[in-house]
Design a protein around this ligand. Sequence first.
Ligand code: AMP
Length: 182
Amino acid sequence: MKELTPEQKRFLLSTIRDVPDFPKPGIIFKDITTLLNNAEAFTLLMEHLQSRYEPMHLDFVAGIESRGFIFGAALATRLGIGFVPIRKKGKLPYTTVSEKYTLEYGVDEIEIHIDAFRGKHKRVLLIDDLIATGGTAEAAAKLIKKVEQELVEACFIIELGFLQGKQRVQKLCPVYSVLEIA
Ligand code: AMP
């Protein structure tokens, strides 16, 4: 794997915009649109992910709606493999398998097509832009296992370390975060 240097990590972090009080007071939203529209940053990130995952001989990248789709689909084409969307309830048109998870207030649900991986025991990477409490990624990881696939790793561009979401997901599979915010 081509490791990112501390300087490259600082550069990537500098391209992510903090938006205070979005979507509600007290949340600092990590806006990755300013990484995506910076060709040098987006390319550096995708080259790094490609070099990490090429040796792992994956069959699919599964991305979590919606920003996980951007990084997941870009990575899948770089690796020459298929992409699978994990979506919020009610968005996928065919037969689905679903998993509920708790939010700060209430419950949410994500789904995957029952035949998304075109067979069983495929080597799957789960990806999202950010891990906060880990609730979304934990549900997505459970979903991939529910449809009998081999979950090789869960990857996040940004980890909010202080929320300790990684510990939750690590119970299900290895976790890799490109950039950690302590
Ligand atoms: P969680 O389930 O708490 O780990 O939340 C992760 C999901 O919510 C990911 O899909 C993120 O895109 C989104 N998310 C949570 N917190 C933030 C934040 N501070 N900035 C940007 N996205 C966030």
